[in-house]
Design a protein around this ligand. Structure first.
Ligand code: Z5A
Length: 207
């Protein structure tokens, strides 16, 4: 039996990092060994690819190169960290995974679904998250939160239309895979969001 694989997804400023900490603490308090990680990144090499992806001076990066870098980072992350942890029986909690590629590269950039599906099949056709928490909120609210937090990266300088397409693509993924996704209304305060997340965990991640 492999360990469980949980992912947290959402647009800018949705509160993923904030919920990652609470979810990890909740899982640990239920006796699970938790490996918290993120994408792009999660290993030394994959973090170097993350730096390229987020560096806003890389204005020439094409949508296809971006897609390949995201999957290169993911392949490394899976080989070095995610698969070994799942094989040990640990619970892997990941801030973004391939649903983010469907949302940002597919929805945001307009990359063809066939190309994303082919790379997904190549890199982890055998492995999907067991549970994906989608923190959903209006784009303007998320961008306002994100702008208070840090300097913008290569994605955060995109247009409102880009982020609306990202949100729409995430919601389409959730409708396509209702058994895997839990859509959380992330527009309220941290405790309100946590209440919904905890209810999902209680139902889907029994001790
Ligand atoms: N990307 C991609 O294109 N393709 C892919 O396949 C993958 C990723 C995997 C890096 O992601 C970028 O990579 C990402 C997509 C792209 N785009 N960007 N940018 P990231 O996850 O590292 O970066 P992010 O989306 O910018 O995350 P974020 O802005 O850090 O958002 P967050 O983690 O969801 O939010 P947070 O840090 O928890 O909260 C943001 C602020 O809001 C902070 O000050 C909190 O204290 C506050 N906050 C949090 N929750 C609340 C609530 N409920 N109420 C009020 N305030 C709150």
């Amino acid at each position: 039996m492999r360990g469980r694989f949980l992912t947290i997804e959402g647009g800018e400023g949705a509160g993923k990092s904030t919920m990652m900490e609470r979810v990890a603490a909740w899982l640990e308090s239920n006796g699970r060994q938790v490996v918290s990680t993120r994408e792009p990144g999660g290993t030394e090499l994959a973090e170097k690819l993350r730096d390229i992806l987020l560096d806003k001076t890389n204005t020439v990066l094409s949508a296809q190169a971006e897609l390949l870098l995201v999957f290169a980072s993911r392949a490394q992350h899976l080989a070095e960290l995610i698969r070994p942890a799942l094989q040990r029986g640990d619970t892997v909690l990941c801030d973004r995974f391939t649903d983010a590629t469907w949302a940002y590269q597919g929805g945001g950039r307009g990359v063809a679904s066939d190309d994303i599906a082919a790379l997904e099949q190549l890199v982890h056709g055998d492995l999907q998250p067991d549970l994906t928490l989608l923190l959903d909120l209006p784009v303007e609210v998320g961008l306002r939160r994100a702008s208070r937090r840090s300097e913008s990266d290569r994605f955060e300088v995109e247009s409102l239309g880009f982020f609306e397409r990202v949100r729409e693509a995430y919601l389409q993924r959730a409708s396509a895979f209702p058994e895997r996704f839990a859509v959380i209304d992330a527009s309220g305060g941290v405790d309100e969001v946590w209440e919904q997340v905890e209810a999902v965990l209680q139902g889907r991640m029994p001790p």
